[in-house]
Design a protein around this ligand. Sequence first.
Ligand code: VGL
Ligand code: ZN
Length: 209
Amino acid sequence: MKISGSDLLLIIDVQNDFCPGGALAVDDGDSIVAIINRLIPHFANIALTQDWHPPGHGSFASSHPGHDAFSTIQMPYGEQTLWPDHCIQGSEGAQFHQDLDTAAAAMVIRKGMNPSIDSYSAFYENDRKTSTGLSGYLRERNIKRVFCAGLALDYCVYYSALDAHNEKFETCVITDACRAIDMDGSAAAATTGMSDLGIKLVEAGTLLT
Ligand code: VGL
Ligand code: ZN
């Protein structure tokens, strides 16, 4: 597969809290940094997302006494998984992994800032209505195809890929440049869900040649 000038590399939540030692660590999460760094020089357009929650965010189990992390509750916008406190604005855990080569990124989308709505996707908050503005930005920049990489495959990468597809961008997920949280089969469900929609699952090696 050949990368063109109208392709975007969307690097999702490669932050300390999602890496080993972090508050919501994804197994092997840091192992994707080297692969992503190798992909970066091949793309003319790069955007990063950064999970960026205020303290006491509504997606934190600690904001719902009596509810444990990794359980689910009903929010006004639907079901929400509760997480350990993570990616608090300005904290070390919210910083990008120190080896991630962020210099070439034109755009950083911060998300999950509304205290009462979580945001997995780079495009829409979890109410599925509130836009981050990314879609308009990409259209103005004439982006036609979005390649997703990052953390976590079954949450923020998955929802970002679904929305990129719904917004009519051709969408690919670079599977070996992602790692999953994988709760109750969520990684397999995300992978199947994406390929059923026609989202292409590709390996980094096919883009680097
Ligand atoms: C994420 C859970 C909570 C992610 C962010 O980046 O996949 N997951 N916040
Ligand atoms: Zn979060």
